[in-house]
Design a protein around this ligand. Structure first.
Ligand code: BDR
Ligand code: CA
Length: 304
């Protein structure tokens, strides 16, 4: 089992990732923290609570709400992609579960520092919570075995010609996280724009079970749409944990751009001309698209 902390901004593709993480025994989710990203911090927390209740794990997986704003940059949501609520199209039961009273940073610190083993952090939103934690409580790094993040791109952006949304939302936080000195796997647009969930499979989801119907309803409102299917960005972090053999990775030194027209860009030292041949990031550079589709459908089919 992968013992993990989830830090997210649900969000439709985050919701798909959460659906798998909360229901597959190979993932032992210790905490779900949320951050302002696709929609505001209030909404991402509410969406996280809706999902833990939908999957009936509210007594097992605590939710803590995190940063309401990026560290320095002006906050801009992605409601044009994920809808005003961040999870439109499904009528979730009214939420009764309360989030933790602790801020996400305190909650993550608590879980990490009291854990006997090191934990894996899966982050699929802006990196504000993690950056704050690394600045406030650097000792938490000793309790993290690796970070698996959805974010960045070496091959073009979705917010500008170079910037990917999670990095673009809070580039200063991303820089802190990328330079934290921890093993970091970057699952960026290079693979997530390739591993599209086919329209055929999206059509099949509602025939599987209620979870499939819920995800199909959300995906019907997801503006991230390509001819061959829809990118399930955040889900690829879990696919990587479950099946690294379906990925190609290359270690690079990656700098995060925090200013100017390339703000939010992730630049890899591809020719290894600087940084003394050091690397701070393992970048996913290729993925098996068919294997992703098959795995995703089988994961959803397994749920209630
Ligand atoms: C990333 O941005 C968000 O909109 C998605 O949830 C994903 O984490 C893709 O660039
Ligand atoms: Ca996300």
């Amino acid at each position: 089992t992968h013992k993990i902390l989830l830090d997210m901004d649900p969000g439709i593709d985050d919701a798909a990732a959460i659906s798998i993480a909360l229901t597959d025994d190979q993932f032992d989710v210790k905490l779900l923290t949320t951050v302002a990203g696709n929609v505001s911090a209030d909404k991402t927390r509410l969406n996280a609570l809706k999902l833990v209740e939908f999957f009936g794990v509210q007594d097992k997986v605590p939710v803590a709400t995190g940063a309401q704003m990026p560290l320095l940059k002006h906050y801009q949501d992605a409601s044009h992609v994920h809808g005003a609520s961040g999870m439109p199209g499904w009528d979730f039961a009214p939420v009764t579960t309360k989030p933790l009273t602790q801020h996400a940073v305190e909650a993550m610190r608590n879980v990490l520092m009291t854990s006997e083993e090191k934990l894996t952090v899966v982050a699929t939103g802006a990196f504000t919570n993690l950056a704050l934690m690394f600045r406030m409580y650097p000792e938490t790094k000793t309790k993290i075995d690796r970070l698996v993040v959805m974010g960045g791109s070496l091959s073009g952006g979705n917010m500008s010609s170079v910037a990917e949304f999670n990095i673009y939302t809070d580039p200063h936080a991303a820089k802190i996280v990328f330079e934290a000195g921890l093993p970091l796997v970057m699952i960026g647009l290079d693979v997530t724009m390739k591993a599209l969930l086919s329209h055929e499979n999206i059509q099949k989801l509602s025939t599987l079970n209620e979870s499939g119907a819920m995800l199909q309803a959300l995906l019907g409102n997801y503006a991230d749409d390509e001819t061959e299917g829809k990118p399930m960005h955040d889900v690829n972090t879990l696919f990587y944990l479950a099946h690294p053999e379906y990925f190609e990775l290359t270690d690079y030194w990656v700098d995060v751009v925090t200013e100017g027209p390339a703000m939010g860009g992730t630049i890899a030292d591809i020719l290894r001309t600087s940084h003394d041949g050091q690397a701070n990031v393992s970048v996913a550079t290729d993925i098996d698209v068919a294997a992703f589709n098959e795995w995703f459908m089988s994961e959803i089919a397994r749920i209630k």
